[in-house]
Design a protein around this ligand. Sequence first.
Ligand code: SF4
Length: 473
Amino acid sequence: MLSELRGLNEECGVFGIWGHENAAQMAYYGLHALQHRGQEAAGICTVHDDHLLIEKGEGLVNDVFHGDRLNKLPGHAAIGHVRYTTDGGRGIENVQPLVFRSTTGSLAIAHNGNVTNASELKRHLERQGSIFQSTSDTEVLAHLIKKNISYPQNERLKKALAQLQGAFAFVLLTEDALYVAQDPNGMRPLSLGCIGGETWVVASETSAFDLIGAETVRSVEPGELVIIDDKGIRSDRFAPKANRAICSMEYIYFSRPDSDIDGINIHMARKRLGKRLAQEVKIDADVVTGVPDSSISAAIGFAEESGIPYEMGLIKNRYVGRTFIQPSQELRERGVKMKLSPVRQVVEGKRVVMVDDSIVRGTTSKKIVKMLRDAGAKEIHVVISAPPLIAPCFYGVDISTDSELIATGRTTEEICELIGADSLQFLSAKGLVEAVGRNDEDPNRGHCLGCFTGNYPTNIFADTKLPHEKELV
Ligand code: SF4
């Protein structure tokens, strides 16, 4: 996956577990399986002897939890977080889970997504005397929870969550319970799993379950608050279920191929995207190749459907240092060559179909096309297993502003010329929805297509901040 090179980044991955004697170790393995959702920082919080214990830091999960650091986290319950950090959000104080301690009980929160009315809620809370350390959505939620102190904990949480709009998946840990909440449109993936019928786990992706021997039970429902404690698991609601609008990018690009969302396997969905693309476009070519890693499944599907053989025309160097994961344009551009190499024997003298899953700024695509041409490819036909990205994401995915998106205000022919390909074609939005196979007629199985269409499934406020505009905590 080349997210760090393309300016297309998921914000985070969350994990939670209740009822396991090695909760922190389980969280560590779970976060490992979610590492692709954020490489900048990681943290785990456990509850032990009625206290919340926290260890966190900047870096990969392995970097943060080296030596005996996990041994400092005893306890039977944990939440964990991996994050991608925007420019404004660096520093240890910004790493989640965040712990809020008070005489009425402590609370740890980890979060994936973006609350679109966070600025408005913050202004409202400040007028009532709340003092904020940051502009983070997580802190807004903590203040909202604290405000209704006279209510029981569950009711406080429900009242607080009901005020949030946007896309969010929260895991919250107190001395007594693990709480899990999903926004009313169910935009970010969040699944429940179980180990041995007694230990409950929750994660942004089901790939985290396989590693710890958990079985997937179901997705957390839109508007649902799941409460897990020593009495077991209960489901409550903080908002009526709205039309489901799962982020399409999860199927196209973000999630791991071995994860399932709502019972649909990501690798299989990507293969179908490639097949559908091959039905929508007709190209005479000798070989199909995919940009590793996230486009390989779609390339295999394209090859199967078109009858053009699949070959490994590009390989990824897996051992590039983390220096090259810095989100600056210069390093992004230089990093492409460090990350990818063409296989000359595959592409030399050939008409190549290059399958990719997205074009963001176009700079990476241009470099890959040049790389293939320099390796002797006779023709390069770029096909994208998604529609053109024309609008920003307000829901926690750091897609560039629309002025930086190459497809905004340009025709496909103009983009093709800019990236130097012989031809360029995109999958249609209809093709995307039908190939993923969620049955979009059913309001419980819908997609968000906001960054492809500019039509968003929730209210967007004038002061809704994009991820890179926020000082995230
Ligand atoms: Fe996903 Fe795009 Fe919707 Fe953002 S706007 S949630 S990236 S589909």
